[in-house]
Write a protein that binds this ligand. Structure first.
Ligand code: AKB
Length: 329
């Protein structure tokens, strides 16, 4: 089999995607890469790891040639809030890095996965039941780079026949990596503070509704899409996928079922709030359901129960908060 390369493997998704790919395809067949080596056991020690700076096309090409790569999962990204602090870096990485990966993929006929986001929507997009095909005029550099990435992926497919596929992922919730630089990060940090302090100060308004997904569903969605029969795909870059949609107040109420007396208050950050207000409340993911049988497993109640259970166990072992911090991964 031609091997698999995961770029940005030390990021929020990569640290869970790589072990799952190695489980399915064998550790030696999955090459993890990041722009620097960090101590993330399963990703760095569990199989081949290479330093790849995606802004340098030669770095990607060298690994693709050395390992005879057939599929690239291209994961590096500056998230929405971090992107607003450093727009030029966000553009160079989020779009420039992807353009480099696509060019290498074209020369070596690799399939490519690209993670787009709810951030690819913006003012003018219908925010309720957001259609698969609709207005995309985001006002963040993150969103602009995601829309451009979607278009570039479709271009390489229609122009060169490259097998490119992508998802518009919502906010992702996980107990493996701590997120950094995103608008939806609150939905992860709230669990840690609930268990440590019994209270949490949220940077979004209590009624800010956003699409969310538990990481096991996100990893399953990525792998299912890449396994899907190409003759069924009318869309490629990128499919709306969602699993739940909640406000901070609703998440707090669900957490309270497991942590009685948990309190939440609000110190709204205007930049993050403006980004959240421009993103969908709930996406229509019927195209994903029809074209490759997308079906999430976790709703708000199931995700919350598993997050609290896992983090309580870690707390008991003195390991809570020692998770991999992906800021600058
Ligand atoms: C962010 O908040 O920037 C990301 C995303 C939804 O793409 N988590």
């Amino acid at each position: 089999m031609r091997k698999i390369l995961v770029t940005g493997a030390l990021g929020q998704i990569g640290v869970e995607l790589v072990p799952e790919l190695r489980e399915r395809h064998g550790a030696d067949n999955v090459i993890a890469s990041g722009w620097r080596r960090r101590d993330v056991g399963a990703v760095v020690d569990g199989g081949p790891f290479e330093i790849v700076d995606c802004t340098k096309p030669g770095d990607i090409a060298a690994v693709v040639e050395t390992y005879e790569i057939g599929t690239i999962y291209h994961m590096p990204a500056f998230l929405s809030v971090l992107g607003e602090e450093k727009p030029e870096v966000a553009w160079a990485l989020n779009l420039g890095g992807y353009a480099n990966a696509l060019e290498v993929a074209r020369r070596h006929d690799c399939s490519v996965f690209f993670p787009s986001s709810i951030g690819a929507f913006g003012p003018g997009t219908p925010l309720q039941n957001t259609p698969q095909d609709t207005v995309q005029r985001p006002n963040t550099i993150y969103g602009v780079s995601k829309v451009a990435g979607e278009l570039l992926g479709d271009y390489y497919h229609t122009r060169f026949g490259l097998d490119t596929r992508g998802l518009r992922l919502p906010g992702l919730i996980s107990h493996v990596a701590l997120p950094g630089g995103g608008t939806t990060d609150y939905a992860v940090h709230i669990f840690y503070e609930a268990l440590r302090e019994g209270r949490f100060t949220c940077f979004l308004r209590s009624d800010s509704r956003l699409d969310m997904m538990y990481m096991p569903d996100a990893v399953a969605a990525i792998l299912d899409l890449m396994d899907a029969d190409p003759s069924r795909l009318r869309h490629r870059n990128a499919f709306n996928v969602t699993a739940m949609s909640f406000t901070p107040e609703e998440l707090a109420a669900e957490i309270r079922k497991h942590v009685p007396g948990f309190e939440i208050d609000y110190e709204v950050d205007p930049l993050k709030q403006a980004i959240a207000d421009s993103w969908p409340d709930s996406m229509d993911d019927s195209a994903a359901r029809e074209e490759w049988d997308w079906q999430p497993r976790y709703d708000l109640a199931a995700m919350t129960a598993e997050m609290i259970g896992t983090l309580r166990r870690k707390q008991g072992e003195g390991a809570l908060g020692r998770e991999h911090d992906i800021t600058g991964a």
